[in-house]
Design a binder for this molecule. Structure first.
Ligand code: AMP
Ligand code: GLY
Length: 416
């Protein structure tokens, strides 16, 4: 079978790479792809928002038996609904289920209604009322834009002035351009974060090994928030007891609540959790694989990913056994200088021999026959080891063999 993967980042490279291990996969297409993905799939120059182009491509490529929609925007905008309406098989939640990520207000209401542990919150669409609330609320507090905001819609505020600025940005100036004045204002939670990604067919939930990403740009968790500068999997801090609790109090209730609302969630559901002094709580849901967590997590997958995708679509996830390596994976992202602010593209990328460490490409392109940068996060090196420190040592030894002109990477992935 041929497969079509929608997306073009490191996460999609990991998905394409895993699908290529399947005996049943003949050829993979990817749109818009990148230079690394192009070495193992055929790149298709279509934007993830070009639904018409994607449908036309599928109509002219009848050997494609499955389309995998990986990024948040096309999921929220209903690409899976459109594919299914035209009779194409697709992996990913429909828009009515992807809303669990696309609207924070929806997610918070779902958790409140179903007693799923999360930070206390209020939501507002009226600027005056929101401002009055932050005048008397305890600090720190967290202001969140309701819609998708490329990971930038969350502002942690220590003082009234910061909260007032965040409200002005989101509610009056629409700095995220999502034409949605709604905000969620919530209690600040303190603790170590852990991500648990799960396959679900709307009934059964099968979790992947836990992971932790590093969102801040610089060492020591300093600097601005990014899409993620590295990850490790599994998280040694996430205990069996926490997992047992989360399955019962968080994972299953979430999936059951969605199904009960007529919003059956089929795909990958990402639980962003925080370990607070009074227990594990949900920080966020994502309706998809995380980036860069996926590069670490999928490198430990032993079962055929196509078999899992098909079991999810056909709602027989309970019938398959998903196996994982018991090793640890560490992923270190190499980014363009200036990221997550403005950065130049077209800088030289040199990749020498990284041994058995895999290099997942994100923002790369080939120009005049040379590999160059084409995005903020350029690539990520993933190493596997017998434990976290072994995997870390291997990843950092391998990244020495990669050079990105004016690029940078964090030196403390997996230690913090
Ligand atoms: P979100 O998109 O809601 O996950 O927020 C992105 C990041 O902001 C999270 O991974 C946390 O690091 C931080 N964050 C979000 N909500 C809170 C909160 N209530 N308390 C502390 N940190 C938070
Ligand atoms: N690394 C976090 C995310 O993919 O949203």
């Amino acid at each position: 079978m041929d497969i079509f993967v929608i997306g073009g980042g490191g996460r999609e490279h990991a998905i394409v790479h895993a699908l290529n291990q399947s005996k049943r996969v003949e050829k993979v297409y990817c749109a818009p792809s990148n230079a690394g993905i192009n070495t193992e799939a055929e790149g298709v120059p279509l934007a993830v928002s070009d639904f018409e182009g994607i449908l036309h491509f599928l109509a002219t490529h009848p050997n494609i038996g499955l389309t995998v929609v990986a990024p948040d925007n096309p999921l929220a905008d209903g690409l899976v609904n459109e594919l299914e309406a035209k009779g194409f098989r697709a992996f990913g939640p429909r828009a009515e289920a992807a809303i669990i990520e696309a609207s924070k207000k929806f997610a918070k209401q779902l958790m409140k209604d179903n007693h799923i542990p999360t930070a206390a919150y209020e939501s507002f669409t009226d600027y005056g009322k929101a401002l009055a609330y932050v005048e008397s609320a305890p600090y720190p507090l967290v202001v969140k834009a309701d819609g998708l905001a490329y990971g930038k819609g969350v502002v942690i505020c220590n003082h009234f002035d910061e909260a007032a600025r965040a409200l002005d940005d989101i509610m009056r100036r629409d700095v995220f351009g999502n034409r949605n004045p709604c905000v969620v204002i919530e209690e600040f939670l303190c603790g170590r974060e852990v991500s648990v990604l799960a396959f679900t067919d709307g009934k059964t939930v099968k979790t992947m090994p836990s992971s932790q990403d590093h969102k801040r740009a610089y060492d020591g968790d300093k600097g601005p928030n990014t899409g993620g500068m590295g990850a490790f999997c599994p998280s040694p801090y996430y205990t069996k007891e926490m997992d047992a609790y989360a399955k019962e109090a968080i994972f299953l209730p979430t999936v059951q609540a969605m199904a009960a609302m007529g919003r059956k969630f089929k795909g990958v559901l990402y639980f962003g959790l925080i370990m607070c002094a009074d227990g594990l709580k949900v920080l966020e849901y994502n309706a998809r694989f995380g980036d860069p967590e996926t590069q670490a997590v999928l490198s430990l997958l032993k079962t055929d990913l196509l078999d899992i995708f098909e079991a999810v679509i056909d709602e027989r996830l309970d019938e398959i056994n998903i196996e994982w390596s018991n090793q640890t994976a560490v992923t270190v992202v190499y980014a363009s200088g200036g990221y997550p602010g403005s950065y130049a593209k077209g800088k030289a990328v040199r990749i020498a021999d990284t041994g058995d460490c895999f290099v997942y490409h994100a923002g790369t392109a080939v120009k005049d026959g040379n590999l160059v940068t084409n995005g903020g996060r350029v690539l990520a090196v993933t190493a596997r080891g017998n434990n976290l420190s072994d995997a870390r040592t291997k990843a950092y030894a391998a990244i020495e063999h990669v050079r990105i002109e004016d690029g940078f990477y964090r030196k403390d992935i997996g230690t913090i």
